[in-house]
Design a protein around this ligand. Structure first.
Ligand SMILES: [Zn+2]
Length: 636
């Protein structure tokens, strides 16, 4: 995902890391030896010689070592009138002397549970935890191979955002999309909602016949008259990657394996913007091995989508705010594409290991961009990322446990861990290794890592073992990886990216401050962003006004530039001029990366009442993911 919040976290952690690592190692050894020694071969549903090793995930009620799901058959009716999904989730299961199987649910209305041998099972739903939801416990016996859960969603199902026609780009038909990461899939499908549990799935959706529905699966490219569509995901994925979008959608092809879904008025713009997608895919394969998901499409969602993108397999979900008209923000597509390896092939086993998904992906994204557009380009991305990281470390606190790569999120919402630390510190860790071992050797290591661990999950401890055995043992010099993984801040041996292009920008800023003259520049989006970031928060209104007149920042169609300028406007007091544009932006866009700094700047500059007034109007247009962050920020 490309999201990154910059929230301040509530609590510090004080763990004895050595003993935790030792315990995990002992546990792993025990699990491995148990697995080689099946308890009873008479048990009909004990059929898996290759039962995966499951990590202990504190964010799921399921107990996969006893009973786990392998395949989902989902049948849902999408009802825009009542804004509910109704239907059944049927799972193939494997159990090991277990008398129950446990699912995660949150804010679902469960009406009935059946199995291959029992037409009415007496299930139980446990008490509700505000973060985790409720466990659904279903009794099973040795003959149980399949369970079916009959259910419907509720208005509180946080994964779903139901949009009225006027909240879409074309304003013709309503729209629905889901966002599963981190633990929201359980709010629209009862499931074993742990990233370490992989399932394949089939789905049948019944939707209004004038709309099209797509999923993270094989997809239709045209509407049919019945409104009934079927989908297939044949590669095993964790539940957070099950996704659906329904709306006024059309498909356009880019290359043999790539294409775009969008509302009709956005389709041509999107096809132009993402025109290099097939090339990106080829560049990615050249770096780290074959693409194993067959198709790679992108759906451009309404502006309410809370993230830049979400790497739902075969179909990246993307914000329209990356359509800049000049292909300048497509690093985001490279990022989501890179997740097809890091995240979707090799998946963080728990949300404490989130950096394994995002650190690898940021590193990989910049390698794709370098391959396509050169190192001048990727260096700018790296330096902007480094600035974000410094800002986040400052914000969280240099000694805070949340600046470790390995997180301790037990008892907290895993969304708290989705900061620049996982992304940028994670990528810097890999750059440090690349610098140490040389690019050629490091690329081979990464390629092998994806290949040997494909369709599996990875804990931080298992990664450290893998790294020790397959790379670090080749070095005479000791590399202190604990300083990265289990210690705070930015380590001393980290590499600080450099960019010649940005040096020119810094000269231009100095020149402007001296002369108050704003000449024309033929710059990229990234250079403009660096320019705005370099301006002091003390800049007088008159200087802001000169820049605004020369460069039209306040009315920029480029969302990154506009958002950076609006934040600077609030911090310098120029927002008295600009507040209409800021309000319009906040009402239209739901991407959390933009919302959080803008609302925060308003609060910090004594304008909380304005922030609250805008938020009150904008909130129905935001997804629950953004709402949750902003409700906290605004003390609601
Ligand atoms: Zn990501």
């Amino acid at each position: 995902m490309s999201c990154k919040t910059k929230s301040k976290f509530a609590c510090e952690f004080n763990f004895d890391l050595l003993s935790i690592s030792l315990m995990t190692l002992i546990l792993l050894i025990v699990i491995i030896s148990c697995d080689n020694n099946p308890k009873s071969m008479n048990n009909k549903n004990l059929i898996s010689p290759e039962k995966p090793l499951f990590a202990d995930d504190t964010h799921s009620y399921s107990d996969p070592d006893k009973a786990y799901t392998t395949h989902l058959d989902l049948k849902l009716k999408v009802d825009f009138e009542s804004k509910t999904l109704n239907g059944t989730a049927t799972y193939d299961i494997r159990a090991f002397d277990a008398d129950v199987i446990v699912f995660d649910t949150k804010m679902l209305n469960i009406t009935k549970v059946t199995s291959n041998i029992d037409k009415d099972i007496a299930y139980t739903i446990g008490s509700e935890d505000p973060i985790l939801g409720s466990p659904l416990t279903i009794p099973i016996n040795p003959e149980t191979t399949e369970v079916t859960i009959h259910y419907s969603t509720t208005p509180e199902s946080a994964a779903l955002l139901w949009l009225d026609p006027e909240q879409t780009t074309d304003k013709r038909l309503p729209f629905l999309f889901t966002q599963g990461q981190a633990i929201l899939t359980r709010t629209w499908i009862p499931c074993q909602d742990s990233p370490g549990i992989r399932i394949t799935y089939d789905a049948t959706l019944e939707i209004p016949d004038n709309m099209l529905a797509v999923m993270s699966a094989s997809n239709p490219t045209e509407r049919n008259e019945t409104g009934i569509y079927t989908y297939k995901m044949e590669q095993p994925i964790p539940p957070y990657l099950i996704a659906m979008a329904v709306g006024d959608l059309e498909f356009g092809k880019i290359g043999d394996r790539t294409g775009v879904y969008a509302e009709p008025s956005m389709l041509d713009k999107s096809l132009f913007e993402f025109g290099d997608m097939e090339k990106m895919l080829i560049a990615a394969e050249k770096l780290y091995g074959p693409y194993l998901w067959e198709k790679y499409d992108v759906i451009v969602l309404p502006a309410s989508f809370p993230f830049g993108g979400m790497e739902n397999p075969r179909l990246t979900f993307a914000t329209p705010t990356i359509i800049a008209g000049d292909k300048s923000l497509t690093a985001l597509i490279a990022h989501e594409l890179a997740h097809s390896w890091s995240g979707n092939l090799v998946t963080n086993a728990t949300w404490d290991d989130f950096w394994l998904n995002e650190g690898f992906t940021v590193y990989f994204e910049r390698r794709i961009m370098e391959a396509l557009y050169g190192s001048d380009y990727s260096n700018m991305l790296a330096l902007l990322g480094y600035q974000d990281l410094e800002h986040t470390v400052e914000d969280i606190g240099h000694k805070h446990g949340d600046t470790h790569l390995r997180l301790r999120l037990e008892g907290r919402d895993p969304d708290d861990g989705m900061t620049d630390i996982a992304y940028e510190k994670g990528a810097l860790f890999l750059i440090m290794l690349e610098n140490h071992f040389g690019r050629e050797r490091f690329d081979q290591f990464v390629k092998d890592y994806f290949d040997k661990n494909k369709f599996q999950s990875m804990t931080t401890d298992a990664f450290i073992d893998y790294l020790n055995t397959n790379l670090l043992n080749e070095s005479d010099e000791k590399i202190d990886i604990r300083a990265w993984i289990d210690a705070p801040g930015i380590p001393d041996d980290s590499f600080r990216p450099k960019s010649n292009k940005f040096t020119h920008v810094e000269t231009a800023v100095a020149k402007f401050l001296n002369t108050q003259i704003a000449p024309e520049y033929d710059w990229s989006t990234h250079e403009w962003l660096h320019f705005i970031r370099q301006l002091s928060d003390e800049l007088p209104e008159s200087s802001m006004s000169i820049l605004d007149k020369a460069y039209n920042f306040s009315v920029s169609g480029n969302s990154e530039i506009a958002a950076a300028w609006y934040e600077k406007s609030i911090n310098t007091g120029y927002d008295s001029v600009n507040i209409k544009n800021i309000q319009e932006f906040l009402l239209r866009v739901g991407r959390r990366k933009f919302l959080t700094p803008l609302y925060k700047a308003l609060i910090e500059n004594d304008q909380k009442n304005i922030a609250l007034a805008i938020y009150k109007k904008a909130r129905p247009n935001y997804h629950a993911v953004s709402r949750q962050t902003l409700d906290t920020l605004l003390d609601l």
